[in-house]
Design a protein around this ligand. Structure first.
Ligand code: ZN
Length: 179
């Protein structure tokens, strides 16, 4: 296993649609275990393969009930590995909550998203899976699936809420041009 470097904005790989995985071979399994190790090391809750420079449709999600990088408590989500994910259903009901991204370090903003989704894809064994998710899990799935299409949360965020937190805990409003 190995830690992978996180690519940050404005790296162009973050804006390209990732390619579908045809076959789950040894190489794909190695990529998955490196993604999981990197996600845990970075204390993130979701990581898409193109965020580590691998343009394939793979994402890993996991949240332990502990503090995230912005200091807020996050709920627990069991380790979820999803390959070639597709959202097959959105709820019409939406929820607005704060998001951040390992590829846009130290920036936070409010994003409105459907509160429930159904996602289809493959697991790490190549088996078809369907995930019904709500709350934080639904949000992270949508955030990661957006990554695989080259979409970042700042594309969808309420721009008036974009801010960074300084090391001494101050909240500073920022605009997209400064990213
Ligand atoms: Zn992200």
């Amino acid at each position: 296993m190995a830690l992978l470097p996180i690519y940050t904005v404005p790296h162009p790989i973050l804006r390209k649609k990732a390619q579908r995985v045809d076959k789950i071979n040894k190489n794909i399994k190695r990529i998955i275990s490196n993604l999981v190790e990197t996600l845990r090391h970075e204390k993130g809750i979701g990581l898409a393969a193109n965020q580590v420079g691998i343009p394939l449709q793979i994402a890993v999600i996991e949240s332990k009930a502990e503090k995230s990088k912005n200091g807020e408590g996050v709920l627990s989500i069991p380790l979820t590995i999803i390959i070639n994910p597709e959202i097959t259903k959105f709820s019409s009901q939406t929820e607005t909550a704060e998001e951040g991204c390992l590829s846009i370090p130290n920036i936070w903003g409010m994003v409105k998203r459907p509160s429930k989704v159904i996602v289809k894809g493959l697991n790490e064994k190549g088996e078809e899976i369907e995930i019904k998710a709500s709350g934080l899990f639904a949000r992270v799935l949508q955030h990661e699936i957006d990554h695989l299409s080259g979409i970042l949360f700042t594309d969808k965020a309420d721009l008036d809420t974009l801010h960074k937190i300084t090391p001494d805990g101050q909240r500073i409003k920022i605009n997209l041009l400064s990213l």
